[in-house]
Design a protein around this ligand. Structure first.
Ligand code: C5P
Length: 235
């Protein structure tokens, strides 16, 4: 799996995406989320792919196993590189998602990697305990979901940098730990509660970092990207 910083393309229109990507003259790894995909559909994926970029399609699927399997089968045809589901959908749903991806991957192409969202970083421990009726700490809940995802055959999880080490201990180094909430030292934290720098992410065992506003809203996004990349790679 590509280890370049994944840039979150949190833009509403294809024009905004084109303007942003037009600033770069190198292949990138980008994340397309619900906002962009649900308004623009598969065509936005094809356009980004044709420009030579890798794609993390962040749709966080969560439904009955059969529905998720069928959806994944269709999405695999888009030739994306990484996709996700909610671990809360359960082991059978995660396994079905994987099957769908395998079935939908075209001959000669690599199956998209599949990761699970554990607990959203916006979920507090109180919400998890009281609303979801899951006892324990957030970290216990996250490690439990990571193990469940591994048992279902998934390639990794989305988690915060602060949970990456515990997941590495429970699931191993090769299990993907894709971590958002990345900021440059001294940068604005926006609405993220638990942020970390690219260097800390590397030390804590993140395998990929997802960076949005620290790059997309920088005065010079290309320069910001290269700063993040250098810090992440430790050069
Ligand atoms: O701008 P920022 O770097 O905060 O963007 C982070 C990206 O990662 C956003 O697209 C956000 O939706 C996503 N994300 C997150 N936390 C999660 C899962 C995804 O911030 N737990």
């Amino acid at each position: 799996m590509n280890t370049k910083p994944i840039i979150a393309l949190d833009f509403p229109t294809p024009e905004d995406v084109a303007t942003f990507l037009g600033k770069f003259d190198e292949p990138l790894f980008v994340k397309v989320g619900m906002e962009l995909y649900l308004q623009n559909g598969p065509s936005i994926i094809r356009t980004i792919k044709e420009a030579g970029h890798d794609i993390f399609l962040d749709l966080k699927l969560h439904d009955i196993p059969n529905t998720v399997k069928s959806a994944m089968k269709g999405l695999a045809k888009l030739d994306i590189d990484l996709i996700n589901v909610h671990a809360a959908g359960g082991r059978a749903m995660m396994a079905a998602a994987l099957e769908g991806l395998q079935e939908g991957t075209q001959e000669g192409k690599k199956r998209p990697a599949l990761i699970a969202v554990t607990q959203l970083t916006s979920t507090t421990e109180e919400q998890m305990n009281v609303e979801q009726q899951i006892p324990g700490t957030i970290q216990q809940g996250v490690v439990h979901y990571a193990k469940l995802a591994q048992q279902a055959g998934l390639d990794g999880v989305v988690c915060s940098v602060h949970e990456a080490k515990m997941i590495e201990e429970a699931c191993g180094k090769d299990f993907l730990k894709v971590t958002p909430g990345i900021r440059l030292a001294g940068g604005a934290t926006h609405d993220q509660k638990r942020v970390a720098t690219p260097q800390v992410a590397r030390i804590e065992g993140s395998t990929q970092i997802v960076v949005g506003r620290a790059i997309t809203q920088a005065e010079n996004p290309v320069e910001a990207y290269h700063t993040v990349k250098q810090l992440w790679e430790g050069n």
